[in-house]
Design a protein around this ligand. Structure first.
Ligand SMILES: [Cu+2]
Length: 159
């Protein structure tokens, strides 16, 4: 009953999409942040720790963010001293475990920024999408990167 009327009001609000009907209740996200980017940049990344308290493996397959045209799941790697990143189909969030998205590793790629540049301290809405169709709604603060790597976007050297 409750679910039905919930679906109807979502549909009325025009929010109905393949994702968004089911909240990923067994998923917990902590320490999330979005890397500040200079106004000329169109892409940045979100980092966080995703924990799975459920009895089934969950896979993070992508997401949506109002301020960005496209959201993908990526992994940064380094080959022969050259930083690259790979577009992944998913990141596994293990049963009763956690996966860390951090600079130089897994990240949620926020692409095709819409509108103004990001300001330090502002919060960015991001909805994570999982393989079972469930979602997790987040608001992540914009922060400057925590030193070192310079990211894979325009950081062409390392110290
Ligand atoms: Cu990336």
């Amino acid at each position: 009953m409750l679910l039905k009327s919930c679906i109807r009001s979502l549909a009325l609000a025009g929010l109905l999409s393949p994702f968004g009907l089911l909240a990923a209740d067994s998923i917990e996200v902590s320490d999330g942040w979005v890397r500040w980017m200079p106004p000329v940049a169109e892409h940045t990344a979100a980092y966080m720790v995703i924990s799975n308290h459920g009895d089934e493996e969950r896979r993070l397959v992508g997401g949506e963010a109002p301020r960005f045209g496209k959201v993908e799941v990526h992994e940064s790697t380094e080959q022969d001293g050259v930083a690259r990143m790979i577009h992944l189909d998913y990141i596994v969030v293990p049963v009763h475990g956690a996966v860390e998205l951090k600079p130089g590793g897994y990240h949620v790629m926020l692409m095709q920024r819409q509108g103004d540049g990001l300001e330090e301290g502002e919060s960015i809405e991001l909805q994570l999408h999982f393989d079972d169709g469930s979602t997790k709604q987040l608001e992540l603060p914009v922060q400057r990167g925590a030193g070192g790597h310079g990211g894979h976007h325009g950081g062409h050297h390392r110290h």
